[in-house]
Design a protein around this ligand. Structure first.
Ligand SMILES: Nc1nc2c(ncn2[C@@H]2O[C@H](COP(=O)(O)OP(=O)(O)OP(=O)(O)O)[C@@H](O)[C@H]2O)c(=O)[nH]1
Ligand SMILES: [Mg+2]
Length: 453
């Protein structure tokens, strides 16, 4: 169902080099739009057969041969964009592909903007919006796991889960609208029961989609883990251990680290941004004070805080002072470092629910357990093969829908309010795949694409 704000498909023809800039085996020039056939003929001297490959020369506007390669022709609507698409696969040098592109522009195409091919696919209903985002996610995927999930979204698995919810809501809305036509006391108890049951079912389905989306979003966005604690407890040594490299300076002098230091690592495929910070203490040194202010800023933005202590000293008054100031929103792990210094292996533990880990950044002891604890604290669940590579905007929309369904459940027999909450939940969910979304959103989605996609 096309929405009212949906733009009419564009009538001009776009062209771009679709392969990355630089030298390579092949460069692909892609052309899409009503003039694609004219461009193909101007470039290759003939009209290529649909979905067949032709080996041919590419000529510029003056008839000069600029390249030899393969021509492909995908007539509308069976193409990536849903329009007529012509592709020329030539030699992969920037100068030669530039010449081919120039010839296409001379034949009537204009240069494509970033993401414009995929945008046309959405406007022509070849892809929905969540699938278009999956295209970008697939290209940007930095791990095999993220690529696998992006591929699943591109094949429409995420969209179908959302569509199933939308269908359930549409039915429930129709039922509710029918009930609105009757005075409250005449609404059949069976109808009321049916509506409640349906609502409960949709809510539990939605919770499952939200859970799967949160899991996937961890893979997409990664987790920000900040190492914090007193000077000299071994924070930088811990960063080096996690990174498997000597990225941070380690010395026996308290106050070594001044700036926040970042390293990107992966634990079980989950991207983790580890931040090492300046040791937290009162100090008269202006540079160190600035470092400590930065450390607190990092801590405030953390998903998981590793509060590091020295195992041989336990949690002292300064450590307690730091613990009191940690934000409550972030998950926290208590890490007792330097267990290699303990004769009996006993560690003072803090009572409470915060998991405590014993490690030695020097020997590597306890590091595996710490890595597991980090991904667990970040909300990663094992056996998470059924995940959706959700974006922040998807999570927000699902959470908003969840809030409206919860409100609907609380409206009892006030059917107008019930119906209104259902409508809002429906709108929130629909924004994920396309309906009800604005041009701003389209712009936002495609601004991060590369040219030629
Ligand atoms: N025995 C032992 N020493 C450690 C361990 N981890 C770190 N150290 C030592 O503790 C000292 C401080 O280590 P750093 O990693 O620089 O400590 P930090 O917390 O980053 O210190 P600041 O940057 O000053 O806040 C160094 O001499 C390290 O070699 C450990 O597991 N065992
Ligand atoms: Mg340090």
């Amino acid at each position: 169902m096309p929405s009212a704000d949906r733009q009419r498909p564009p009538s001009d023809t776009i062209a771009a080099v679709a392969t990355p800039p630089g030298r390579g085996g092949v460069a692909i020039v892609r052309v899409s739009g009503p003039l694609a056939s004219r461009v193909a003929k101007a470039l290759t001297g003939r009209q290529p057969a649909p979905r067949a490959v032709a080996h041919c020369e590419a000529r510029d506007a003056g008839g000069q041969v600029v390249d030899r390669g393969l021509a492909l022709w995908f007539p509308a609507p069976h193409s990536y964009t849903g329009e007529d698409v012509f592709e020329f696969q030539g030699h992969g040098g920037p100068a030669v592909s530039g010449e081919v592109l120039r010839a296409c522009l001379a034949a009537g195409a204009r240069p494509a903007q970033a993401g414009e091919f995929t945008r046309r696919a959405v406007l022509n209903d070849t892809l929905d919006r969540a699938q278009a985002e999956a295209v970008a996610d697939l290209i940007d995927a930095s791990s095999a796991e993220a690529a696998r999930l992006a591929m699943r979204s591109l094949s429409g698995e995420f969209s179908s889960a959302i569509d199933a919810l939308v269908r359930g809501l549409t039915e429930l809305r129709a039922l509710t609208e029918a009930m609105l036509d009757f005075p409250e006391e005449e609404v059949d108890a069976l109808h009321v029961d049916d509506a409640r049951r349906r609502l409960a079912r949709i809510r539990s389905q939605l919770d499952e989609v939200l859970r799967q989306s949160r899991q996937g979003s961890l893979l997409r966005e990664g987790v920000r883990v900040v190492i914090a604690g007193r000077p000299n407890v071994g924070k930088s040594s811990l960063l080096n251990r996690l990174a498997g490299d000597e990225v941070a300076i380690v010395t026996a002098i308290p106050g070594t680290t001044r700036d926040a230091l970042r390293e990107a690592i992966q634990i079980r495929g989950v991207p983790i941004h580890v931040v090492d910070t300046a040791g937290l203490r009162e100090t008269g040194d202006a540079i160190e004070r600035e470092g400590i202010a930065r450390a607190w800023r990092e801590v405030k933005a953390a998903d998981v805080v590793l509060a590091v202590f020295e195992a041989d000293r336990g949690i002292g008054p300064e450590d307690e002072e730091i613990l009191r100031k940690l934000p409550s929103a972030a998950r926290r792990l208590h890490v007792f470092n330097k267990v290699d210094l303990l004769a009996d292996g006993r560690v003072e533990r803090l009572a409470g629910e915060v998991p405590a880990l014993r490690i030695s950044a020097r020997t590597g002891e306890g590091m595996d357990l710490l890595r597991e604890a980090i991904v667990e604290a970040a909300g990663w669940q094992t056996g998470g093969e059924s995940m959706f590579l959700a974006r922040a905007r998807h999570l927000e929309a699902i959470a908003a829908a969840r809030g409206h369904l919860e409100a609907a459940a609380q409206h009892g027999r006030r059917w107008e309010l019930f119906a209104e909450e259902l409508r809002l939940a429906h709108a929130a969910l629909s924004s994920i795949t396309g309906e009800f979304s604005t041009d701003d959103l389209l712009g936002e989605i495609f601004s991060r694409f590369c040219i030629g996609k």
